[in-house]
Write a protein that binds this ligand. Structure first.
Ligand SMILES: [Zn+2]
Length: 254
């Protein structure tokens, strides 16, 4: 079953990573193609993981390697779906959680590639998750009881916290330190994990982001003023909360 989940994630992950690139490039209905020379991909290269495994990383025409960001999106979804299936089996809340992971994989690709979190991914995802979260509860398989407002309250907390952060960041560092895309992503993650787990997801995000920023400073590749992408840390904090949010809380309060 885990193998089935991972293989399904390979297909869905490849599809959503490619869709994310299409949305970013504002192309419509085009076959998967090389971003450098527009050569159409052969089917084995539609998936970055498959291309890597079969040793076909480089484009047949221009020789440019695959973008690693697409690989990150696919691997993210494969790990998420695989661990979900292994831990919880294929119950219906796992299906909801798997579905909720797809927009996260997509913005992981777009944020790593262009530092953008497109509205055309985030806004439909927020609307869909607000409806699903109210009807079915947060997309966290470990939760026991839930009420209809938990998901919406989580979204409100994500929106509030990151809304204030972006305002402060703009005041201190000027435009662009944190983006509006991060606010929408935090809102979506709040809808996914619900209240009160959104607090945990945000704490994990800030801890991860802080460690990342320190590593960046130590490597002397950037200063504190240079752009720091919070999107990937939001995605990882959300995934950790979806997979084992309850256990982390119990361990901390243990
Ligand atoms: Zn090419």
């Amino acid at each position: 079953m885990v193998i089935v989940a991972v293989l399904a994630a390979l297909v869905v992950g490849a599809g959503s990573s490619l869709l994310a690139e299409v949305i970013m490039a504002r192309r419509v209905g085009v076959k998967p193609q090389c971003p450098y020379c527009q050569e159409p991909y052969s089917p084995v290269r539609w998936s970055a993981v498959l291309a890597l495994l079969t040793g076909r990383r480089a484009c047949e025409r221009c020789g440019q390697p695959l973008r690693w960001q697409r690989l990150a999106g696919e691997v993210f979804l494969m790990v998420l779906w695989g661990v979900l299936a292994a831990r919880y089996g294929l119950i219906w809340r796992v299906a909801l959680t798997m579905l909720a992971g797809v927009p996260l994989a997509m913005v992981l690709v777009t944020d790593l590639e262009t530092r953008l979190i497109p509205n055309r991914i985030m806004l439909p995802a927020i609307v869909a998750m607000a409806v699903l979260g109210s009807l079915m509860g947060p997309a966290v398989p470990g939760i026991g009881t839930w009420t209809w407002w938990q998901s919406l309250a989580g979204g409100a907390v994500g929106l509030g916290v990151f809304g204030v952060l972006v305002m402060l960041g703009t005041l201190v560092w000027g435009e662009g330190a944190l983006g509006q895309g991060d606010v929408k992503l935090a809102t979506y993650i709040g809808l996914v994990v619900g209240f009160p787990l959104i607090i945990e997801a945000l704490v994990l995000t800030f801890v991860g982001g802080f460690v990342g920023a320190v590593l960046l400073l130590l490597s002397r590749k950037g200063s504190l003023r240079s752009f720091f992408p919070y999107g990937p840390f939001l995605v990882l904090g959300a995934a950790a909360t979806m997979l084992c949010g309850i256990e982390i809380v119990l361990w901390y309060w243990g």
